[in-house]
Design a protein around this ligand. Structure first.
Ligand SMILES: NC(=O)c1ccc[n+]([C@@H]2O[C@H](COP(=O)([O-])OP(=O)(O)OC[C@H]3O[C@@H](n4cnc5c(N)ncnc54)[C@H](OP(=O)(O)O)[C@@H]3O)[C@@H](O)[C@H]2O)c1
Length: 293
């Protein structure tokens, strides 16, 4: 699937889901309100004496339905993230122009010295930067996998992975994709391969890591999910690392590269003891790049 087509497809899919949820809400309202109203008409039924309570419930529900309608058909349609970004950029450009004019005026008057023009505008500060994030689970010796498969079953880590990556791009090497076998739901799967004819249904296929990051540039946090080959290349481009340390020794044939602590700063650590479902102790650790790329 072409990248642009995929974006349009994703946008359309989200829009359809929003509308579907509204229509279901609307139908539930009609049915619910009819039943409630019907109950007030049944003689001897407790609501028969107090129809005002029912009308009140229906009115409150209607307000919620109305708010839902406004959100789906007005707010989200016209005032989405893209609209907000364009408005912010317009406003910043306007202010930049004013500041520049004022600076020039003051320089002419000799109040301000003639200084070299700053290359970076305000806009560059406000422009949303995306943070490619590596996510991996590794053993005591940086073990990642064996025979193109994972080497442990740790449901807590799968849950953590799902929580972080849902709604985002997940970028992976062809081998990792084939070990998973399908595009993961509610995520945009980007596969990197050198094979120009490679196809996988419901996925974006690219021929380099750079291309994968370009595809995901509008995503604030695209996740690079492996495997070893891709991690090695991505370590130079990532802004964050989300590492699950699985506290155990494993037999492996692929390993995560060494994390250089002169480059990466640990910002969060969460230790968990093993339990009935998770056979190893494990720690969720987040790192951020110390210096800008
Ligand atoms: N523990 C974890 O968190 C974790 C996460 C992910 C994966 N894994 C494990 O890691 C293993 C797979 O890792 P791996 O290193 O063997 O393979 P991989 O990184 O998943 O995929 C390697 C493939 O990616 C493509 N590729 C790599 N660099 C490229 C580039 N610059 N341009 C274009 N294509 C490029 C090539 O595909 P083509 O050969 O098609 O050209 C290459 O063969 C499995 O055992 C898996 O279970 C573990």
């Amino acid at each position: 699937m072409q990248q642009d087509q995929h974006f349009i497809y994703e946008k359309a899919r989200k829009r359809i889901q929003q509308k579907k949820r509204f229509y279901i809400h609307f139908i539930l309202f009609i049915i619910g309100a009819s039943i409630l109203y019907g109950l007030t008409l049944i003689k001897g039924f407790s609501l028969d004496n107090s129809p005002l309570i029912v009308y009140g419930i229906i009115a409150v529900w209607f307000v919620f339905l109305l708010l839902h309608f406004i959100r789906v058909f007005i707010t989200t349609k016209f005032f989405d993230d893209e609209w907000e970004r364009i408005q912010t950029e317009k406003l910043i450009k306007k202010h930049e122009k004013k500041v520049l004019q004022l600076e020039q005026k003051l320089q002419k008057q000799g109040v301000l010295p003639q200084v070299k023009k700053e290359k970076k505008g305000l806009l560059s500060i406000f422009k949303k930067k995306n943070s490619p994030t590596i996510i991996a689970a590794i053993g005591n010796n940086n073990e990642l996998g064996k025979d193109n498969n994972l080497i442990w079953h740790l449901p807590a880590d799968l849950k953590h992975f799902k929580k972080l990556t849902t709604g985002h791009h997940i970028i992976m090497g062809r081998k990792t994709f084939e070990s998973i076998g399908i595009p993961l739901p509610n995520r945009t799967t980007v596969i990197i391969t050198r094979d120009k004819n490679y196809k996988a249904q419901g996925c974006i296929v690219v021929n380099s890591l750079e291309e994968a990051l370009t595809v995901a540039k509008k995503d604030p946090t695209p996740y690079i999910i492996g495997g070893a080959d891709i991690y090695n290349q991505a370590l130079k481009k990532a802004e964050k690392l989300e590492i699950t340390y699985v506290h155990g020794d494993f037999e492996a044939d692929v390993f995560f590269p060494k994390i250089d602590l002169t480059i990466w700063e640990e910002i969060k650590r969460e230790f968990h003891k093993k339990d009935d479902k998770n056979p190893y102790d494990y720690s969720f650790v987040s790192y951020k790049r110390k210096t800008e790329l």
